[in-house]
Design a protein around this ligand. Structure first.
Ligand SMILES: [Zn+2]
Length: 438
């Protein structure tokens, strides 16, 4: 195994072997957290297989040949907890348990992330579970709006279909073992998978164990990165709201930072300045306290390998849509021009620093912090790692001007997508907004 990065003070090491990355961090705890991060997700899907990565994720958690009937039953008696997720550009598996089971847990996570066994009985069972999940998601009152927004925001077919339960359900009937096997062949194992082990272990013993385990799998290439992920350009679009009298506005932006870049974390400042629930939210103050235009606004961050998407969701009455857009753009300009109050900036910074210091650094948080950094750099020749101490120092040194510069990049009007659902379409809205953006 080749050592890529080693930090003795912080007890971590990044290793490479057979085109796998392995990150070991010794946290001197009584438990061990074993996780994998796979370089693919909904972004890699197309119309004919949308939903395949999620279905395979469900099947894989039971895909270890050492647990005969069910892996859940196998692990139950160990008192471990396991979980899996499928996002836009990532899939992941993890298990957490007592140190005495650490080698078994590593064996399990490596097995299901490299070559999960796909049995037809399990496929049939998990199709039902996924179907249920999709029906739940489809009942969201904003369902139509999500799908229209995705179509406008993203270039890739898989990203446009990420919330499209109808096409996912339709595909569920067609997906079979053969299709799942070829998906696995392409995206699982060497080249596209990294492992993070956070806990207490003998470094040499763990390295020898993993090396032996990983040598069972063929060396594969890393799947090429996508070239067009977000759709550039300004767009405003409308869908009729059939569900309620309320109107919903989505304002969507993106930047190029992912979790592998320390600048990603500046998004926390925009979140505090624009989200509800933050006492320093300029947007909430202007829209709700000062003008009584809304009750609520939410700020969502979606991190992907290709950058961060932010989505501001505002619920309101139809008649307020125009004044809300005007006020929101005024607030964005205020932040971008660095003309917001210094006391607000200081307050936001203190809140963020308090959160950062207080953040409970359990093995799960540690593993995700490093795991996302590494997987997001899987196409880079030289992987760089920042640790917790560097992040805190970075946050401490952020000045108000840094945030206004970051806002200029992120709240870029030439890529703004506005999507709204309401009882009727507002005529002339596009020209109205374009004039505000001048
Ligand atoms: Zn699921």
């Amino acid at each position: 195994m080749k050592s890529i990065i080693k930090n003795k003070q912080q007890n971590y090491e990044l290793l490479k072997y057979n085109n796998f990355y392995v990150f070991l961090i010794n946290t001197q705890t009584k438990t061990t957290f074993v996780s994998s991060y796979l370089n693919h997700g909904m972004a890699d899907e197309t119309k004919t297989n949308a939903g395949i990565s999620h279905l395979l994720e469900h099947i894989s958690t039971d895909g270890w040949d050492k647990c005969k009937e069910s892996c859940t039953d196998y692990w139950k008696k160990h008192g471990t907890s396991m979980n899996a997720w499928t996002f836009q550009t990532g899939v992941g598996y993890h298990i957490n348990g007592l140190n005495e089971f650490q080698y078994k847990m590593v064996d399990y996570i490596v097995s299901i992330s490299c070559d999960p066994k796909i049995k037809n009985a399990r496929v049939i069972k998990e199709k039902k579970a996924v179907h249920q999940e999709l029906l739940n998601h489809k009942s969201d009152p904003q369902y139509d709006l999500y799908n229209l927004a995705n179509k406008n925001i993203f270039s890739l077919e898989g990203m446009q279909l990420q919330d499209n339960c109808d096409s996912n359900i339709n595909n569920l009937n067609k997906l079979n073992v053969k299709m799942l096997e070829s998906w696995k062949e392409k995206y699982y194992g060497s080249g596209n998978t990294i492992f993070v082990i956070s806990g207490s272990f003998s470094s040499n013993k763990m390295k020898a164990f993993i090396k032996k385990k990983l040598s069972n799998y063929p060396i594969k290439c890393t799947v090429k990165a996508h070239t067009h992920f977000f759709k550039p350009g300004f767009k405003i679009d409308y869908t009729k709201n059939k569900a309620s009298e309320y109107s919903t506005i989505f304002l969507s932006f993106y930047n190029n930072y992912n979790l592998g870049n320390i600048n990603y974390y500046k998004i926390l400042f925009l979140d505090a300045l624009l989200n509800r629930g933050s006492s320093a939210s300029i947007l909430m103050y202007e829209l709700r306290e000062k003008r009584s235009l809304i009750y609520n606004c939410k700020f969502y961050t979606f991190d992907t390998a290709y950058g961060t998407q932010i989505l501001i969701e505002i619920q309101c009455f139809h008649k307020n849509i125009k004044p809300i857009l005007k006020t929101s753009i005024d607030v964005f300009n205020k932040i971008k021009n660095n003309s917001f109050d210094n006391t607000i900036f200081k307050s936001v910074k203190n809140v963020i620093l308090t959160d950062t210091y207080e953040k409970c650094m359990n093995n799960n948080t540690v593993a995700d912090f490093y795991g996302h950094q590494i997987i997001n750099q899987i196409h880079e020749k030289d992987i760089k790692i920042f640790d917790r101490k560097m992040l805190i120092e970075f946050m401490n040194n952020i000045a108000k001007k840094d945030i206004s510069d970051f806002a200029k990049e992120t709240l870029n009007y030439s890529n703004l997508k506005i999507t709204y659902s309401s009882t009727s379409q507002i005529s002339g809205l596009e020209n109205f907004v374009k004039n505000l953006l001048k």
